[in-house]
Design a protein around this ligand. Structure first.
Ligand code: 3PG
Length: 213
């Protein structure tokens, strides 16, 4: 898969809803219920971070939920790419980008949303063909004003800002010309996941899905 094809696929994922939930799940037993609630609330694209022992099983379980598009986040190495793909992930997300990681995703035909925090990082990715990128860590890196500042010199690139994004500040990002969607963990609070509060999470998802963009 070429970087251009990957970006086309990543753009389609980003356009499914205003928010991609970023999920850090420790218990695969929660996966089906959580994914069902998020999809029912209107958030079909789900990023399962590879930060827990359960993550690969979570991807497998969530992939069985109708209407969901399950990706793997926190991809750092070629081995992560292989494990994510084998588990059923249909897209990948990374906090930054290395040549090895990009090559691994291209070889594995796994569309990647690669992370960039600076103009130079974004330009390096653009040079390779990645026109859809994750702006990370969004809030710590200057937030919406910083992302807006990239739109004028780099209009070819569109972003999914992630990191510190909340229901309160998401709309500002979504109003930017270079933002396709945002990523955030607020729609799946750990205490609600632990309690299996699926109706509560569906309400959070619905509020996120209703954000204008
Ligand atoms: C992360 O690093 O987990 C993601 O960027 C999500 O960040 P958030 O918890 O601030 O939404």
């Amino acid at each position: 898969m070429t970087p251009t094809e990957a970006s086309t696929r990543a753009e389609a994922i980003c356009k499914l809803a205003p928010v991609i939930p970023v999920l850090v799940i420790h218990d695969a037993g929660k996966a089906r219920g959580l994914a069902t609630a998020l999809v029912a609330g209107g958030l079909p694209a789900l990023e399962v971070t590879l930060r827990t022992d359960a993550a690969l099983d979570v991807i497998g379980e969530m992939s069985k939920v109708p209407g969901g598009h399950v990706g793997a986040g926190t991809l750092l190495t070629p081995d992560d790419v292989k494990r994510a793909k084998d588990a059923g992930a249909t897209f990948g997300v990374s906090p930054g980008a290395t040549d090895r990681l990009l090559q691994a995703c291209e070889d594995a035909e796994l569309p990647l949303l690669p992370g960039a925090a600076t103009a130079s990082e974004a330009m390096r990715l653009l040079e390779r063909g990645y026109t859809v990128q994750k702006f990370f860590p969004a809030e710590a890196n200057g937030g919406a004003p910083a992302l807006k500042s990239l739109a004028s010199p780099l209009p070819q690139i569109r972003f999914c800002p992630t990191g510190g994004v909340t229901l309160a500040n998401a709309e500002t990002y979504l109003g930017l010309a270079n933002t396709l969607c945002v990523g955030g963990s607020w729609v799946a609070p750990p205490d609600m996941v632990a309690a299996g509060d699926w109706s509560g999470i569906e309400r959070l998802a619905a509020a996120a899905a209703a954000l204008p963009r």
